[in-house]
Design a protein around this ligand. Structure first.
Ligand code: 7TS
Length: 410
């Protein structure tokens, strides 16, 4: 047995995730939809229950013990995220509702204040819609243009094309760290270095990366990095936007309301300091605290062993897929996370997804909010099995057994 696997006790890890014991349609659940959302360890569930049972209060406002307790835990979670990303300071960690809101915040605040007619924003052809549409909206408002960096048939970003596209009119390069539809890991360090040569800013959509390995925003030297708590074993409704301090300082507030102000009067309002300038209204306090618990959970894990286990799941699944008659992989970049998109001859992905679900196997089917790359490949969508460290080789076998059974219906 490989050393990495022997270091990783998958059964012990599975015991931490109560939902993995669920029976679905009469079968033990095989959860292979981790790119859509990850499951939550008991520690995260406990953090939410504990917060509402013992600490519930509004943050930064009350003059009482519970408010102080809630505020301390809330800000402590911000420090955990700063550590998780190796950000320079906690003031550079802003709470959002998720990746989508983080990108919208940057597109609206930075984009509307910085972009003008003729400016160019580059995104990759395999982006999630949430890293395309906010830029199209700001382009419409400012006269800037959104252009796609080409992606080849294997799902690999065309770096030579990117180099050719770059000129001084490119003001933003916004790319995913990892493609949710294909699993491709993009060479973002190289993307950032190229963008720097023309003075462009870089936003990295980390939604699909943070569940696999630690990220160091200072080493990357990106301008913005965004992710969602629910994709990193935390709750839905919370996300993180990291930004370089000088950019965040210069950006106008996005939403107005409580918390984001210094002083309000009808003569003129002044704004709060970072990070509160961008945090109008009561946040998802329990969610933020539970994200902190999710990061604690990850930090006590051997993450190198976890990702090695995921890579073994991917390799095994892709090997079986290549041997399976009528199955075609979609996305075979050299560097991938444990996401396997595929097609089955003579079937529609949605029908296959339904038949897998009947056998307790949860996958996602469709365009995965990445319609442009599906259109480029001339397909309506794919069947996507996305593996996390709590999945097993036996579950990969269950996927293929269920697939063979599903095919009997066609
Ligand atoms: N960016 C990427 C790369 C994503 O994978 C997703 C969600 C988002 C942005 C949006 O994240 P949200 O938390 O704001 O919704 N991706 C998926 C998926 O692949 N299946 O369901 C959601």
């Amino acid at each position: 047995m490989n050393k990495a696997v022997s270091l990783f006790d998958v059964e012990r890890v599975r015991a931490d995730f109560p939902i993995l014991r669920e029976i679905v349609n009469g079968h033990p659940l095989v959860y292979l939809d981790n790119a859509a959302t990850t499951q939550k360890p008991q520690a995260v569930i406990d953090a939410i229950v504990h917060y509402y049972s013992h600490d519930n209060s509004n943050v930064h406002r009350g003059a009482h013990t519970l408010a102080a307790r809630a505020t301390e835990k809330f800000e402590n979670a911000r420090a955990k995220v700063a550590g998780f990303l190796n950000a320079g300071s906690t003031e550079q960690i802003l709470w959002t509702r998720g990746t989508t809101e983080g990108i919208n915040l940057v597109a609206s605040s930075w984009g509307r204040s910085q972009l003008k007619e003729g400016d160019r924003v580059l995104v990759s052809a395999m982006e999630h819609h949430s890293n395309i549409v906010p830029w199209q909206m700001v382009a419409e408002a400012t006269g800037a243009r959104v252009e796609a960096i080409p992606v080849d048939g294997t799902g690999t970003l065309d770096m030579a094309a990117l180099q050719n596209m770059l000129d001084e009119r490119v003001k933003m390069v916004s790319v995913g760290h990892v493609s949710n539809a294909l699993g491709t890991v993009n060479p973002i360090q190289d993307v950032i270095a190229l963008a720097r040569q023309v003075g462009a800013r870089v936003l990295i959509d980390g939604a699909q990366a943070v569940s696999h390995w630690p990220v160091d925003v200072q080493a990357l030297d990106c301008d913005f990095y965004v992710f969602s708590a629910h994709k990193v074993f935390g709750p839905t409704g919370v996300g993180v936007l990291y930004g370089k301090r000088e950019l965040l300082e210069a950006m106008p507030p996005w939403q107005g309301g409580g918390e984001m102000i210094e002083r309000v009067s009808f003569q003129g309002t002044t704004y709060n300091q970072l990070p509160y300038k961008f945090e109008a209204g009561t946040p998802d306090i329990a969610g933020v605290i539970a994200l902190g618990a999710a990061l604690d959970y990850l930090n006590q894990m051997d993450r190198a062993a976890a990702v090695a286990h995921e890579q073994q799941l991917l390799e095994y699944a892709q090997t079986l897929a290549r041997q399976e008659p009528g199955v075609t992989l979609v996305g075979e970049a050299a560097h991938k996370v444990s996401v396997m998109s595929f097609l089955v001859d003579g079937t529609h992905p949605n029908d296959v997804g339904f038949l897998l679900d009947q056998q307790g196997v949860a996958v996602r089917t469709g365009h995965h909010c990445a319609q442009p790359i599906m259109e480029q490949y001339g397909i309506p969508g794919t069947i996507r099995a996305s593996f996390s460290f709590y999945n097993t080789m036996a579950e990969v076998d269950r996927l293929f057994a269920a697939l063979r059974k599903a095919r009997e219906f066609f």
